[in-house]
Ligand binder design. Sequence first.
Ligand SMILES: *[C@@H]1O[C@H](CO)[C@@H](O)[C@H](O)[C@H]1NC(C)=O
Ligand SMILES: *[C@@H]1O[C@H](CO)[C@@H](O)[C@H](O)[C@H]1NC(C)=O
Ligand SMILES: *[C@@H]1O[C@H](CO)[C@@H](O)[C@H](O)[C@H]1NC(C)=O
Ligand SMILES: *[C@@H]1O[C@H](CO)[C@@H](O)[C@H](O)[C@H]1NC(C)=O
Length: 519
Amino acid sequence: MLHKRSSSKKHASPLHLGYMLVFFLLCVVAYYSVVPGRLQVDKKSPREALDQKLQKTFRLKSIYRHGVGANHRLHQKLDVTPELIHQAGILYQESAAQKQDSEGQENPWSNNSEYTTTNPFDFDFELQGMPLTMKRMKQRDPDFMESYIYGETYMTEDEEYAMWMDDNIVAPNVTDRDTVVSLALMSSNAYVRIPQTGDWRNVTEPWNETEPEDFGWDGDGIRGHVFYNELENIVVLSVKGTSAQGLPGSGEDETTGNDKINDNLLFSCCCARVSYLWTTVCDCYVKSYTCDESCLEKELRRKDRFYSAIIDIYKAVLKEYPDSAIWVTGHSLGGALASLLGRTFGLPVVAFESPGELLASRRLHLPFPPGLPSYLEGIWHFGHNADPIFMGTCNGASSSCSLVGYAMETACHTGRVCVYDVVNDKGWSVNMFNHRIHKVIDEVLLGYDHAAKCVEPEPCVDCYNWNFVPSRSWESSSRLITSTKSQVAPTRTTGTTATTSSSTCIGRNWLGFCTKYDL
Ligand SMILES: *[C@@H]1O[C@H](CO)[C@@H](O)[C@H](O)[C@H]1NC(C)=O
Ligand SMILES: *[C@@H]1O[C@H](CO)[C@@H](O)[C@H](O)[C@H]1NC(C)=O
Ligand SMILES: *[C@@H]1O[C@H](CO)[C@@H](O)[C@H](O)[C@H]1NC(C)=O
Ligand SMILES: *[C@@H]1O[C@H](CO)[C@@H](O)[C@H](O)[C@H]1NC(C)=O
């Protein structure tokens, strides 16, 4: 028996080795046919795979603009045609001669040697991808997400927990300096003025109002610039808010009403109630350092505000590119909106010098993956420590920001922060002028050999001195949500918030936030 087995084994050996060799070769072939390229998203022929440069190239395809405030129904799209590129190039060179564009932003393209162009609308942006396991919700279509965010979908904690999945996606390679610079240029591209005469088409029709021609440009509103990489089937949506206007250092004194209202709504503790002298942007202030939380939440979700506008733009882009991966980027307010959008739909985000958007994310009840914070959320905030808007030191009644009517009181970011230490490395002091995208690209992103390391943010609490009450009607019983800490703390806080208003809250998300009140 023993002898027989060993002899048969001996006998079969060469055959087994042969099988093993074939199997090994098959594995090698299978491996290389599955992971041929860094940016691999869908199948491509070997010839295409060889063209590495083309593989990384993104081009501007279209521009969306969306009004806010009284113009919030306006939503238009401009296709970037060869004719438009030509026109824009001429206009660009005229404005490049002046070194500043119409919005007072110094032209980020004009003065660096590594990235020069005579026409930023005719430019191939090169981005590298990296694999990322991203925690995001299984269902992310706009209809579902809107009902989730607006509290119309009630789920138990278990159901909510089951909504999450680990998704293997391709995200921008944020450790690659050139990729980070290119994304910043795409963000800055959204600042470059283009001809107003282009063939804008209405996204939503019909309209029944006579509307100004220039919304989303000099006036209120936001824009989304859509860049596309055909081979990899990836879209980059670059978000632009017009609101850098009026801030010291942007070169303009004039501030647009609605942008300031939106900024003060998103980044202040309570409707920009900085002192009794301030005109508040919403009516949620109850009394000294007490604010109506549900009022704030309603205000942020209003159809005529920024959040709703950027969701509209995303829906239009999604309709245009239903099967594409979508990445989002933006500078300043655009970065904050990019972050809110990305968190809503589980999209990778690279934001630059954005004000603290954690508080707004909470108030909007955006989904946060279980196991907070920054659990590979796919959101990266690049910035440097001499920018008061990014660092959240742009607050207080006497700060230079508040002098022009901005109450940017928040400092906390979501996702990961990637901070360049220019204070120590370059001896910079904190100054509004350091916020400008031009300076950030030329002297920070290109001024370092490597992209800043992205880390989990320090524990951070915004508006700690405020009390937020579930709603005004609860003021008399003084059963306040005990502190804002419960609202921004990185761990689950079912205790404090759940007990304080249990009789009025009829819908909660798993973080313990009330999404539905029985008023
Ligand atoms: C452009 O770059 C040169 C050299 O790097 C510098 O001296 C000059 O001040 C820069 N100009 C602007 C407008 O930033
Ligand atoms: C990301 O970029 C860095 C720096 O260029 C590079 O070393 C790394 O290999 C890249 N990662 C991927 C997955 O390509
Ligand atoms: C878009 O809407 C505006 C404002 O209502 C209208 O004047 C314009 O004709 C519309 N454009 C098209 C192409 O329908
Ligand atoms: C026209 O505009 C008014 C005011 O903005 C709005 O109340 C009304 O519903 C609109 N009508 C149509 C048909 O869209």
